[in-house]
Design a protein around this ligand. Structure first.
Ligand SMILES: Cc1cc2nc3c(=O)[nH]c(=O)nc-3n(C[C@H](O)[C@H](O)[C@H](O)COP(=O)(O)OP(=O)(O)OC[C@H]3O[C@@H](n4cnc5c(N)ncnc54)[C@H](O)[C@@H]3O)c2cc1C
Ligand SMILES: *[C@@H]1O[C@H](CO)[C@@H](O)[C@H](O)[C@H]1NC(C)=O
Ligand SMILES: *[C@@H]1O[C@H](CO)[C@@H](O)[C@H](O)[C@H]1NC(C)=O
Ligand SMILES: *[C@@H]1O[C@H](CO)[C@@H](O)[C@H](O)[C@H]1NC(C)=O
Ligand SMILES: *[C@@H]1O[C@H](CO)[C@@H](O)[C@H](O)[C@H]1NC(C)=O
Length: 538
């Protein structure tokens, strides 16, 4: 029998055990994960890569601040939301390569975040142990106005992109989303649509080239990655295939003056007639005219104590107000648009107007460079409408919305350029045959789990009420309106069957091609998430 260890070392052991018990296990795990990551990161980069100051451990006093700066949905800012072991904030492409290889070496899940606007927070939340690769420092934008193109890094925002284009030209723009703080990395790789989609299609219909880091840590441009992978990252979601470093985009012409307006009608002002007719006009009218509808239950101003539904028509027209009125007088007189409702602006001013400044004077254009964001608690869902909803059904829907009380709908008309592009041209399949997309929307500002349960139930109930009015087999959805209700994967042995469920809804017949590309470029499924493209079984 061996003698007991010396008294001092026994004491040391006891002290260690006591200390370990006091430390939370995740905290201790984080420290070692940080050390291991940093060691690998240093090994996988050159001294000239300047790696100091870009990796944040959980113990770092800036960790929480860096994490929350791009959380755009407060549902995922609670103390119970899983936190990453490490946040990496690359300032060079070589850092991205090293981060991919080190996550692979250490077998830790890597989450990719650009602007953080994912509605389900999947760019910065995971049930597994995970690192975050946060792209916000990689935000350069290089506009070539002679060539009518631009290179834009993934961590840039749409507002920055629009601003940099407008610095060089007042007759160029780019068709992408209407919220300036949305990130290029998630938005463009997921499709990207905005108020010029009827004229120019989606963002991905206007992309020329890209640079990505693949699962082997290689930097590939379009030529090196090949047309299949290039196709996949233009609407199939970047996060299943690699890290998007940058896209080269094609700028589009915009007139010197565009026209915007907002017109509102409630049910007593025949809003139902307007919506009914809108379904026939908005998807077929002049492609330069984008008339979005916002539908929301509100308290009636005319009938005391009554609830009603308010319809707001929010519009961009690529032309002047006389041309616009000639169209709306003829095609949609139910709207009652008058010259005094119309505001003529430069395109870049219209971007600001759409980005939350549609009442009162416009702020300085530099507002588009701001990354400030007043986050809310929220949930979104999406649907596609392929045949007009009857007046009786619209009235029934309004009644249900008023009963529920808080869920709003947004109708975004398609048609125009959207109907000309084949469904297989990009992974985004919702083209000809779709009249408009519905977004279901609910926001709240209280940190209250009971309320959250109630609000999530409300939006799901409204989604169930509309079943008969929307696309079927599958009931389609828009990837950028991330919704984990429509199916998820645990990336285990059933990932293909699980992926078919949500993948069929987001990508319809394009799902199979995405699976083939995925299987070819990332067979070990390094780039995965709750709704990623699976590899083929076996
Ligand atoms: C306020 C608001 C307004 C919106 N308006 C519009 C709109 O007008 N039109 C529209 O189409 N959509 C809109 N969206 C949805 C938006 O396009 C998507 O949420 C988009 O994915 C956000 O991109 P992000 O980089 O900001 O998000 P992130 O949360 O950073 O990323 C979203 C997804 O992309 C992945 N990803 C991020 N960066 C990379 C990268 N560099 N390489 C590979 N994968 C990456 C993430 O892992 C995640 O899966 C809006 C969202 C919000 C919150
Ligand atoms: C926190 O991490 C950052 C990034 O690596 C580093 O620059 C900073 O010095 C760290 N702060 C502390 C207090 O350790
Ligand atoms: C997110 O949570 C942290 C910690 O509770 C809190 O300090 C912070 O204010 C929250 N962020 C927002 C935008 O509410
Ligand atoms: C609503 O429509 C009815 C019937 O077409 C019409 O008589 C009425 O004037 C309209 N009301 C408004 C406010 O336009
Ligand atoms: C939720 O908030 C967003 C912006 O923060 C707004 O555009 C949208 O209309 C709101 N939706 C509802 C239903 O209030």
């Amino acid at each position: 029998m061996k003698p007991f260890a010396s008294l001092p070392s026994l004491f040391a052991l006891l002290l260690f055990v006591l200390l370990s018990l006091r430390l939370s296990p995740s905290c201790a795990a984080s420290d070692s994960a940080y050390d291991a990551f940093l060691q690998c990161f240093t090994r996988r980069t050159q001294p000239s890569d300047h790696v100091s100051g870009i990796v944040y451990s959980r113990d770092n006093s800036s960790f929480a601040g860096v994490l929350v700066s791009y959380i755009r949905n407060l549902r995922f800012n609670s103390s119970s939301t899983p936190k990453p072991l490490v946040i990496v904030t690359p300032t060079r492409e070589s850092h991205v390569q090293a981060a991919v290889l080190c996550s692979k070496d250490l077998g830790v899940h890597l989450k990719l975040r650009s602007g953080g606007h994912d509605y389900e927070g999947i760019s910065y939340v995971s049930e597994d142990d995970f690192f975050i690769l946060d792209m916000f420092n990689l935000r350069s934008i290089d506009v070539d106005i002679q060539g009518e193109t631009a290179w834009v890094q993934a961590g840039a925002t749409l507002g920055e992109l629009y601003y940099r284009i407008s610095e060089k030209s007042n007759v160029h723009g780019f068709p992408a989303g209407v919220c300036g703080t949305v990130g290029v990395g998630g938005h463009l790789s997921g499709g990207g649509y905005g108020n010029m989609l009827r004229k120019y299609g989606l963002s991905v219909d206007n992309i020329i080239d890209a640079r990505i880091v693949d699962a082997e840590g290689r930097i590939l441009d379009r030529k090196a990655m090949g047309e299949d992978l290039f196709w996949a990252i233009n609407g199939g979601g970047g996060a299943s295939f690699g890290v998007i470093l940058a896209y080269q985009i094609k700028l589009v012409p915009v007139p010197e003056k565009v026209t915007v307006f907002r017109v509102e009608k409630t049910l007593d002002q025949n809003a139902t007639d307007l919506v009914y007719k809108w379904q026939f006009v908005a998807p077929t009218t002049d492609p330069g005219l984008f008339m979005r509808l916002l539908l929301q239950p509100v308290t009636s101003k005319t009938q005391k104590g009554q609830k009603t539904l308010r319809v707001s028509v929010v519009t961009l027209f690529l032309g002047n107000s006389d041309q616009l009125l000639a169209i709306t007088d003829k095609e949609l007189p139910e709207m009652g648009l008058k010259k005094e409702n119309c505001i003529e602006l430069s395109w870049i001013e219209s971007v600001l107007w759409w980005d939350g400044f549609d009442s009162g004077p416009l702020p300085a254009l530099e507002t588009l460079l701001s990354r400030d964001y007043a986050a809310n608690y929220l949930k979104r869902k999406s649907d596609y409408v392929q045949t007009p909803i009857s007046k009786a059904n619209l009235d029934w829907l309004w009644k249900k919305m008023i009963e529920l009380g808080k869920v709003g709908l947004v109708f975004n008309p398609y048609g125009g350029r959207m109907s000309e592009i084949p469904a297989s041209a990009t992974p985004f399949p919702h083209r000809a045959g779709n009249l408009y997309k519905i977004q279901y929307s609910i926001n709240w500002s209280e940190d209250d789990p009971e309320l959250e349960k109630n609000y999530l139930a409300q939006i799901r109930r409204l989604y169930s009420y509309t079943t008969a009015f929307v696309s079927k087999n599958p009931r389609s959805a828009f990837l950028n309106y991330r919704d984990l209700d429509i199916g998820t994967t645990t990336n285990g042995k059933n990932s293909y069957e699980e992926g078919e469920v949500y993948g069929g809804k987001y990508f319809n017949d394009n799902f199979q091609r995405l699976v083939k590309v995925k299987t070819a470029v990332d067979p070990s499924d390094f780039f995965r998430n709750e709704q990623s493209i699976p590899t083929l079984p076996n």
